[in-house]
Design a protein around this ligand. Sequence first.
Ligand SMILES: Nc1ncnc2c1ncn2[C@@H]1O[C@H](COP(=O)(O)OP(=O)(O)O)[C@@H](O)[C@H]1O
Ligand SMILES: Cc1ncc(COP(=O)(O)O)c(N)n1
Length: 268
Amino acid sequence: MMSVNTALTIAGTDPSGGAGIQADLKTFQELESYGMSVITSVVAQNTTGVQAIHHIPLKMIEQQLDAVISDMPIHAVKTGMIASIEMMKLIAEKTPKTDAPYVMDPVMVATSGDTLMEANARNFLREQLLPLTALVTPNIPEAEFLIGEQIETVEDMMQAAALIVDTFGAGAALVKGGHMTGDAIDFLYDGNKIHTFSSERIDTKNTHGTGCTYSAAITAYLSKGFSLYDAVKKAKHFVTAAIANSFSLGSGHGPTNHWATRAEKVRL
Ligand SMILES: Nc1ncnc2c1ncn2[C@@H]1O[C@H](COP(=O)(O)OP(=O)(O)O)[C@@H](O)[C@H]1O
Ligand SMILES: Cc1ncc(COP(=O)(O)O)c(N)n1
């Protein structure tokens, strides 16, 4: 019998296919981790922004979680959009039961500027969910919220990563530099050391779903047993290729190309 590793995403949806649950499942599939999903909110969105949000009733989120956790092996878990404190409470109660490493993408605002998390839930996320994580992957605005300070330089980014772990209790923090200028540099603090992951900045506006894709790739690699450092290194390569080969679909920020690294596999 074939053995397989599995990854679960708990997040909101994107019918245009570039972000959210859809990006996560595409990424898990590309990286050959068996993908599973629990939907927190159905979001009407596309490359131009968010048009409407429907939150799934709590009881139904709970039943989805129970359905997966009671029956399926889970080797890594990721969360994306979690809109409310009540949803967060449920996830804080249920996910530790999986015993799998937990990667949190602290999604607060979409690339388009639309809010995906209620304002009062941000503190709850920081105080109650963050300490459960193996890794949190904030972009610059999210990291600024988590530490309560502005981030302007790469030194600030490194300091933010350290604070998120040492003061707020995340297992590790990856502060992403997509919103800076110059090379796209991310800093990982694992509680011990700062690691740097860098790529040239690609000149494109097609960045819808980059954060989702990156954290999903890390989750997939963790599910397959890679160390945190190796998982981030490989995922950075995956997301960079996805951005470099992105699609100019839609009239806003187009989606990334989740199958961009297939060409390399064929060559190897
Ligand atoms: N134009 C770009 N060229 C290359 N890498 C990028 C670009 N924009 C973002 N990235 C990378 O994509 C990943 C997602 O980062 P970021 O855009 O900061 O996250 P989010 O989508 O959560 O806002 C990071 O590795 C970042 O460095
Ligand atoms: C349901 C959902 N979750 C997350 C994002 C953020 O996307 P990005 O990766 O571009 O920050 C999104 N637009 N929609």
